[in-house]
Design a protein around this ligand. Structure first.
Ligand SMILES: C[S@@+](CC[C@H](N)C(=O)[O-])C[C@H]1O[C@@H](n2cnc3c(N)ncnc32)[C@H](O)[C@@H]1O
Length: 263
């Protein structure tokens, strides 16, 4: 394990998320842990009070949830489907708007790899600062260009031929013409919007502009507590984050589209 690598210290339901410091120490109310010079994932390590912790490798989902927030963020439950529906992979060129707290940027920066690129647009400097800081902590900042700009008010993205665009702003319908212009032929666009009215208005604009294969969905996850004779869903779950919807660019104007938006 490298110095500075993020680790999860796990003890039953109590976890701590921190960078590994060889020879360093970490104190909790369970006692102090002294880190050895060599540490492996999966290793069991005890505090000076004899309480055992396991050293776990955090997932990309853990990192997204650990970003410091100034805005609402894209949650892991939506993030996986966003990548799949937008066809994002190593080498993809992707635009996102807005950067917000950078939760999605952390993920995108790690997926596109050295050959790909993320162009992350944000209009508020204090949000951009937070996104940059989070990507520096958890992502691959060298794969991201952060751009302080409102592409709706300031003449579009100024970046072209990208494979995919993800839109997470309150007025998504306003950016549709700029999205069409920046995408490669057949390119993918995705949106997350909390309100149905945003979905309806944007879908109408997508149809008019030259997009097909429009589909909308919600993602629910419900945790199950597994305990002998008590195995059942948790009492609480995240009720609503937003609606996801996706489309693909075609030659303008679109002559045909599928009327069933809701799958
Ligand atoms: C909900 S947050 C995005 C969260 C982000 N996806 C994440 O995972 O952390 C929305 C962001 O879009 C920015 N925004 C809204 N309208 C914009 C526009 N027209 N141009 C650029 N940024 C915009 C806001 O300032 C805000 O930071």
């Amino acid at each position: 394990m490298q110095k500075g690598e993020w680790i999860y210290l796990y003890h039953d339901e109590q976890t701590y998320f921190l960078p590994y410091e060889p020879g360093g120490s970490f104190s909790t109310h369970y006692g102090t842990i002294h880190f050895p010079e060599d540490l492996d994932f999966g290793q069991r390590i005890a505090t000076n009070k004899g309480v055992a912790f396991y050293v776990l490798r955090p997932t990309l989902a853990d990192m997204m949830m650990k970003v410091k927030r100034r805005t609402t963020i894209i949650y892991p439950k939506e993030a996986g489907i966003i990548l799949l529906e937008l066809g994002i992979q190593s080498g993809s060129r992707v635009i996102e708007i807005g950067s917000g707290s950078g939760s999605l940027t952390v993920l995108l920066s790690r997926i596109v790899g050295r050959e790909g690129k993320v162009y992350s647009f944000e209009r508020r400097p204090e949000h951009q600062e937070m996104a940059i800081m989070n990507v520096q902590r958890f992502g691959k900042p060298e794969h991201v260009e952060f751009i302080l700009k409102d592409p709706v008010a300031e003449g579009g993205f100024g970046v072209g031929e990208v494979d995919a665009i993800f839109v997470d702003i309150p007025t998504p319908w306003m950016i549709v013409p700029q999205v069409w212009k920046a995408l490669c032929p057949g390119g993918h666009v995705g949106f997350l919007s909390p309100n149905i009215e945003q979905v309806q208005t944007t879908v109408k604009r997508l149809e008019e502009t030259g997009f097909v294969r429009i589909r909308a969905m919600e993602v629910w996850t419900r945790g199950i507590r597994v305990k002998e004779f008590l195995t059942r869903p948790h009492d609480r779950m995240i009720g609503h984050t937003g609606y996801l919807f996706f489309a693909q660019k075609v030659e303008k104007p679109a002559t045909e589209y599928h009327p069933e938006y809701f799958i």
